[in-house]
Design a protein around this ligand. Structure first.
Ligand code: TRP
Ligand code: SF4
Length: 399
């Protein structure tokens, strides 16, 4: 299965809510059926902004993994792991830091934005400046092709591409690179090698993008060359040397349509969330307290759904029939807001019900969760170790 590897991570900084579910997890769940998927808890990343807070990491990490599983992430097809259980990430981060210009990190938008947003914290730290590079290491160490992220993270994937390109350029030049590449080409068989060489020539001489695409596809089809040779041959087409760390692409997740209780985007920092673990009574209370169109003071005052946060939730949860019922009842002042909220409460409670049953099941079996994290991290580590061998080798660190 699955030519591309998908990788994404989440910081364990609090309870998951419906925004995470609709905005991130549902997307991961779709991807895991199509790709070789790696999902991890970015526990080290939590320290880049919360280094002085006492976070109960063990509890947060376990709860997060439980919520992932209860949402439908499948530990048999996806690799679920915890960053700090794969310490190779730190080694790659260190090595990449040697060749990463400070200016690349300083111009990542989140660097200045977050310092402004989190004014109460002193974020003039080395770790905070470097955190997008740690993220690059997270991605590159799995040679991930696709990184599903939200808009705010695209710049980090872009940085990752630049970091990879520079690394390949600086360290991909084996002294006998050309010779090795030629030998590798021959291993494809006469006919294929000839095709490869002519595509390479045409790309190098005329910059023919078609030829590049065809050559890459040709390499993708080869069964009897090693991964190392494939990377060498890829690099040889473009004349850059061996590609040790392939450049990933971001897979932009459409902005979550999940509105919070106040109509702003659902987010912990706005205090407008419904948690995946909120009990029915809590859900009911939260929705009942939602503000509505301020024009509707009395039942007889007509309202305008477009001015009402409750309507936005209906747009996520309700079928056309219910939507029509809301518009009719609201604009013609035929029903009160509590009545309007009733089907919504039911929809959310019904959505969370089965999830909460699974949460309870997993939560009562902490050994199982430990095991899933342990096994996933071991699986991830095998891949991470392989990449580190290539990296050390390229940098001359295997003496
Ligand atoms: N920085 C991401 C966030 O704050 C989390 C993250 C860490 C991540 N490493 C990653 C996401 C690698 C994708 C890939 O949301
Ligand atoms: Fe909002 Fe519904 Fe009340 Fe209209 S009737 S203001 S849509 S809660």
């Amino acid at each position: 299965m699955k030519d591309h590897r998908v990788l994404s991570g989440m910081r364990p900084t609090g309870r998951l809510h419906l925004g995470h579910y609709h905005g991130v997890l549902k997307n991961w769940i779709e991807l895991q059926n199509e790709y070789d998927s790696y999902f991890f808890v970015a526990d080290w990343h939590a320290f880049t902004t919360h280094y002085s807070d006492k976070i109960d990491l063990e509890k947060n990490v376990c709860e997060m993994v439980v919520d992932w599983l209860a949402s439908g992430i499948n530990p048999n097809t996806s690799t679920i792991f915890v960053q700090s259980k794969v310490p190779e990430h730190a080694e790659l981060h260190l090595l990449l830091s040697m060749s990463t210009p400070l200016s690349w990190l300083e111009r990542v938008p989140s660097y200045k934005d977050q310092q402004l947003q989190l004014k109460t914290k002193d974020l003039a730290t080395y770790g905070f400046l470097g955190y997008p590079l740690l993220q690059s290491a997270d991605i590159l160490i799995y040679k991930a092709g696709l990184v599903p992220v939200g808009e705010d993270q695209v710049a980090h994937v872009e940085l990752t591409r630049e970091v990879a390109r520079r690394f390949n350029y600086v360290y991909g030049r084996e002294s006998d690179f050309e010779e090795k590449a030629e030998t590798a080409a021959s291993k494809m068989g006469k006919k294929q090698a000839k095709l490869y060489r002519s595509l390479r020539k045409s790309y190098q001489e005329t910059g023919d993008d078609e030829a590049l695409i065809k050559a890459k596809a040709l390499l993708g089809e080869q069964k009897n060359i090693t991964l190392g040779d494939r990377e060498r041959l890829l690099g040889y087409i473009e004349g850059v040397g061996k590609i040790i760390l392939p450049e990933p692409e971001s897979l932009l997740t459409k902005a979550s349509k999940m509105p919070g209780l106040d109509g702003q985007k659902m987010s912990k920092s706005y205090n407008n969330t419904i948690s995946l673990r909120d009990e029915p009574a809590e859900v009911e209370q939260k929705i009942k307290r939602m503000p509505t169109d301020p024009a509707r003071v009395k039942l007889t005052d007509p309202g305008d759904p477009s001015k009402c946060p409750v309507w936005q939730l209906h747009e996520v949860y309700s079928l056309q029939e219910t939507l029509d019922w809301v518009v009719e009842g609201c604009t013609k002042a035929k029903m009160g807001c509590i009545e309007c909220k009733t089907p919504l409460i039911k929809s959310v409670v019904d959505e969370l019900g089965p999830m909460q049953e699974r949460i309870a099941k997993y939560q009562s079996d902490s050994n199982l969760i430990q095991e899933i994290i342990f096994e996933g991290s071991e699986r991830a580590r095998v891949v991470a170790k392989e990449t580190m061998e290539d990296v050390r080798d390229a940098m001359g660190l295997t003496y």
